[in-house]
Design a protein around this ligand. Structure first.
Ligand code: SF4
Length: 479
């Protein structure tokens, strides 16, 4: 019988049943097999989409391969980000130090690929042997004339969130280094979208229709030149709050740029994101008028297209487990738009306030999880009868092993799910997954149905309702 670990009892809640005092934002409980990645991976996912930089992993080859091309972040131009470079630290460097190897690797890569910057990621072993990455980066920067930025992301030194912070600190060193390029007064930076399946480009197209200049996309489809002038934008619009709030806070403190948190997933949140940005533009009235026109034009058309999906999906149930809590909020709302109920929901990096909000938008009985693990997810998916799991690459095998549908909301997907277009894609994907006849052939489903059938027959026999013969025979002989 599966039991929740004592160390995790304050991270698992049933809406309406438990006293809600989430102990979140802490290191994962030992032995819980968290779905979180390491600090290094946290930095890598955030900086990865900067497409005109080389990304050099100073560490063993395994760290590099593990994060090679780890997201479906596309670029509208250069694609240096899709290459994987590592110093391939071995026993020799562990004993004598890896600084020489790092210096040689950086010089060779910069000469060969002519990037606009280089990011150098520290991994566990580099933290242990004490290589002075900062000194090597300073030396190469001086010799080669491009920014060479150390990212202090040793895997063991915290949670994935610490990796986000290290990535933000590296980006912040670039911000403000170009003060000459003019920027229009109605301008923003898009923070925390990673251009999966081209979503940053899609989001940018809406702001353009609103008459807003997008100065920098951080980091989806990111470019070094954009980051250097990002301090001149009027507003930072933060989507992935878990990863990019640090950068927004630092820019607010140093350059006085206000920021808002938004989500581009689902109809309400997408609309709210556009209105919230329009509201804060210096030329507010004109931008707001254009925004209203976009909403008036796009939303009725979308609702018309969503109607048949909503009818077909009415009453179906889903579980969602994602990295950032804002995405979890949007998923709950988007599923409700499709007539579906979210019965299990959680995030890797939510705050107390985030979970309070999640509680307020979910139905009583919904299981809410912070930093969960495969066993807990499986238990609650079974208990709550979720027919679909929405998550990222690490959740996919859980769903398939359980014989339920899966919708990828991260990493590897090829269809944009953001903006109004994305909502339609999401509905189509949920529909196609749930309606697929394949589930009736899933061994896990067949076995679950047989066990259920057997216990029902047993209960009927006990109460004398049925005069049937062998329960095992009726249940297909399942042991
Ligand atoms: S935990 Fe350490 S060794 Fe493992 S991938 Fe992360 S940085 Fe590399």
């Amino acid at each position: 019988m599966f039991e929740i670990l004592d160390a995790r009892r304050q991270q698992v809640f049933v809406n309406g049943k438990d006293t809600f005092d989430v102990a979140c934002g802490k290191a994962s409980a030992a032995g819980s097999v968290s779905q979180r990645a390491c600090v290094f991976c946290g930095s890598r996912v955030v900086l990865y989409p900067i497409a005109d930089a080389v990304h050099v992993i100073h560490g063993p080859i395994g760290c590099a391969v593990y994060t090679w091309d780890l997201r479906g972040s596309v670029s509208s131009g250069p694609e240096l980000h899709r290459l994987c470079f590592s110093t391939d630290i071995r026993e020799n460097e562990v004993i004598y130090g890896g600084e020489k190897k790092l210096y040689a690797a950086l010089c060779e890569l910069i000469d060969e690929y002519k990037p606009n910057a280089a990011f150098v990621y520290g991994t566990c072993i580099v933290g242990l042997i004490g290589d002075d990455m900062d000194a090597v980066c300073r030396r190469v920067e001086k010799e080669k004339g491009i920014p060479v930025l150390p990212v202090h992301s040793e895997g063991f030194k915290g949670t994935k969130k610490d990796g986000y912070r290290a990535a933000c600190e590296a980006v912040f060193k670039l911000v403000g280094t170009d003060d000459d390029t003019p920027v229009s007064e109605n301008s923003i930076n898009i923070l925390g979208d990673f251009n999966l399946a081209g979503e940053t480009n899609l989001i940018e197209s809406y702001y353009k229709r609103m008459g807003i200049e997008v100065v920098a996309t951080i980091t989806g489809d990111g470019r070094i030149a954009q980051l250097r002038r990002a301090h001149r934008a009027a507003l930072n619009v933060v989507q992935c709050s878990g990863s990019m709030t640090y950068l927004a806070e630092m820019m607010k403190e140093k350059y006085g740029i206000p920021y808002i948190r938004v989500s581009y997933f689902g109809i309400e949140d997408m609309t709210q994101a556009l209105y919230d940005a329009a509201e804060r533009m210096p030329d507010r009235d004109a931008v707001m008028e254009r925004t209203r026109a976009i909403v008036r034009h796009d939303v009725p058309e979308l609702l018309r297209k969503l109607a048949p999906y909503r009818q077909a999906l009415q009453g179906r149930t889903a579980a969602a487990y994602v990295g950032g809590s804002f995405k979890a909020f949007s998923l709950v709302k988007a599923l409700r738009h499709l007539g579906m109920e979210t019965v299990v929901v959680g995030s890797q990096t939510g705050t107390k306030e985030d979970y309070e909000y999640l509680k307020s938008i979910t139905a009583p009985g919904t299981v809410i999880l912070d930093d969960t693990n495969p066993l807990e997810l499986s238990k609650f998916i079974l208990e709550k009868g979720a027919e679909l799991l929405i998550g990222g690459v690490k959740e996919r095998p859980i769903a398939y092993k359980m014989g339920i549908g899966f919708v990828d909301h991260n990493h590897e997907r090829k269809e944009p799910l953001a903006c109004y277009e994305g909502m339609l894609n999401f509905a189509q994907e949920v529909y196609a997954t749930l309606m697929s006849p394949v589930w009736k052939y899933s061994p896990a489903r067949i076995r679950a149905a047989q066990i259920k059938n057997r216990s029902e027959l047993f209960e009927q026999k006990e109460s004398g309702v049925t005069g049937c013969g062998s329960i095992d025979a009726a249940a297909g002989g399942v042991k």
